[in-house]
Design a protein around this ligand. Sequence first.
Ligand SMILES: Cc1cc2nc3c(=O)[nH]c(=O)nc-3n(C[C@H](O)[C@H](O)[C@H](O)COP(=O)(O)OP(=O)(O)OC[C@H]3O[C@@H](n4cnc5c(N)ncnc54)[C@H](O)[C@@H]3O)c2cc1C
Length: 249
Amino acid sequence: MTGTSASAGPAGPAGSGSLTAPTSWATGVVREVRHHAGGAVVLRLAVDGMGPRLPGQHVVVRLRADDGYTASRSYSVASDPADPLVELYVERLVDGEVSGYLGDVVEVGDELEVRGPVGGWFVWDGVRPALAVGGGSGVVPLVSMLRHAGSTGHPDRVCLVAAARTLERLPYADELVGGCQVVALSQERSPAGREPGRLVAADLEPLLRTGQQVFVCGSSAFAEHASRLVVDLGVPAADVRVERFGPSG
Ligand SMILES: Cc1cc2nc3c(=O)[nH]c(=O)nc-3n(C[C@H](O)[C@H](O)[C@H](O)COP(=O)(O)OP(=O)(O)OC[C@H]3O[C@@H](n4cnc5c(N)ncnc54)[C@H](O)[C@@H]3O)c2cc1C
């Protein structure tokens, strides 16, 4: 984002004293930056005054240019709600205005405008058994659910099925091992020996349980495909929650 700098200080409603409401902007200070293959970046932010988070929620990050131009995008939170830092995994898109800036320019100590947490639908209550199915960066909010299950002593409450082209492009691949986790790679054999190929019903069927809630997240095409698979396997549509990572403004 040419000429854009991470803004210092909230730019929310004038005189807004509380930064906890999702309608107000807070300052997120970048505490950690980790670059990954393919240009993806993990940013860990200390967001002053952010209220409690739920696994599955996202935040809105706003960049501001010197001339006042702004660009805002949504990013899911990967961290467990118990983690004081807000962790984002940003996949750098070709010609991506905001993801390019976050992936290439942002450094430790920078400040970003952040609003959130946002979302009351695509959230896991931490109690009901869940099957989480993510494609690409759609895995990110599901990792928050998985981490929350682990930190509360119930790692088996969330089974995460993660799809990507290659292991290198799969967010948090190192956490998606053991338990009831499944990695489905379309272009290479998975570490557990799954043959390359698109996500299919056989990847999901062994993980289905009565009373389970299903979370599906990814591109529109992935979300359509995966939610159709679970409904065709007999999961009531009312138990399936879907979040799509399409272009956003
Ligand atoms: C609720 C929600 C949560 C999200 N969480 C994450 C997350 O955790 N990690 C993450 O990396 N992204 C996430 N996204 C997507 C993110 O908000 C941006 O859309 C993405 O970073 C692209 O923004 P950009 O400014 O870099 O690209 P733009 O400059 O807006 O677009 C560049 C090009 O990429 C295309 N494009 C834009 N967005 C996408 C997309 N999502 N997928 C494919 N092509 C696209 C555009 O059509 C254009 O051709 C989320 C989106 C939503 C709605």
